[in-house]
Ligand binder design. Structure first.
Ligand SMILES: [Zn+2]
Ligand SMILES: [Zn+2]
Length: 315
């Protein structure tokens, strides 16, 4: 029998008052004090909290506290489930599809970092019209003429490519190298058993809550200096991001994760570095997504770090 559990279960109860609604929870003192020096001091340091056997964590939401408790007793925690969106705009798309029974263009292939392939042509996303023709334009890099698809000028007029095949090949190789470096980084190795994330399979799966559940727990672990929990949260975020299919509709979920993380951590933080490195790998997708411009205004440290990271991909 593990003596760790004996000492935990034999210890006194300690009260936590959690969230804005001040919900009360009880945990064993020894389940907390063993986690970090900061927590040991909070519970045993002779302050008001240690005398009253009660601590107020009103700035921590209930779900994050429950995950903290789950981890303190079992050594692991479960993230939030994704939310399946079926809003008005998506229902409209389904109805449109039902009317046009004839098969139209095939579904574009959307990558995640784990399966990223620099030789595959990226999907061409533009407006809803989906009417394309070919056009010859000048490569923005080498100034030679090349053939590409474009949307009709009377619709959105977007070109599929703005650089020729050769120039794209060079930049894609650099992107591939950056992605491999991120995918194989040893910085985010699991402190205990590796985590297998749930993969997103459709663009209607909103991962905002999934990402934030990890990030909120990370911030709690950071505040109370619980290194093992901080490393576990960073590991889970890293593997979830590697497997995250980059649907254009889901870029806002990533923006939300970056915003929260930069608002609640300090300079040189591990999670900040992770997100900056990840965003540099996917900047082509992220910058077209919802909320990206606002994020640049709100988190200048992120913008600055991202530009430095992205410069690695330039000649
Ligand atoms: Zn278009
Ligand atoms: Zn070129």
């Amino acid at each position: 029998m593990d003596t760790k559990y004996e000492s935990i279960l034999a210890s006194k109860p300690f009260k936590f008052v959690v969230g804005p609604k001040k919900k009360q929870f009880m945990m064993h003192e020894a389940a907390i004090t063993r986690l970090s020096k900061t927590l040991d001091k909070l519970l045993n340091g002779g302050m008001k909290e240690s005398k009253e056997h009660c601590v107020c964590w009103e700035d921590i939401d209930e779900k994050t506290f429950l995950r903290f408790g789950e981890w303190a007793y079992t050594g692991d925690y479960k993230p939030e489930e994704p939310e399946i969106l079926l809003d008005a705009s998506q229902i409209a798309i389904f109805q449109k599809d039902a009317k046009n029974a004839t098969p139209s263009e095939p579904e574009p292939v959307v990558n995640c970092l784990a399966t990223f392939n620099s030789t595959a042509a990226p999907p061409f996303f533009h407006c809803e019209q989906n009417v394309t023709s070919t056009a010859t334009i000048t490569c923005k890099t080498c100034r030679s003429g090349f053939l590409t698809y474009r949307c009709r000028p009377s619709y959105c007029g977007t070109y599929q490519f703005y650089a020729c095949h050769k120039c794209r090949g060079n930049s894609m190789q650099k992107r591939q190298a950056m992605i491999e470096k991120f995918n194989n980084s040893s910085t985010y190795a699991p402190p205990t058993t590796p985590f297998t994330p749930r993969k997103n399979m459709e663009s209607c799966e909103d991962y905002s809550g999934v990402f934030l559940s990890h990030a909120r727990l990370y911030v709690l672990a950071d505040k109370y200096d619980i290194k093992e929990l901080r490393d576990l949260c960073a590991h889970k975020i890293w593997v979830t991001l590697k497997e995250f299919t980059l649907y254009p509709e889901r870029m806002g979920d990533l923006v939300g994760l970056v915003r929260y993380s930069f608002q609640n951590t300090v300079e040189n933080d591990k999670l900040r570095t992770l997100l900056k490195d990840f965003c540099a790998c996917i900047i082509e997708d992220l910058c077209k997504g919802e909320g990206f411009q606002d994020l640049i205004y709100e988190a200048p440290e992120f913008a600055c770090g991202l530009i430095i990271e992205m410069s690695m991909r330039l000649e």
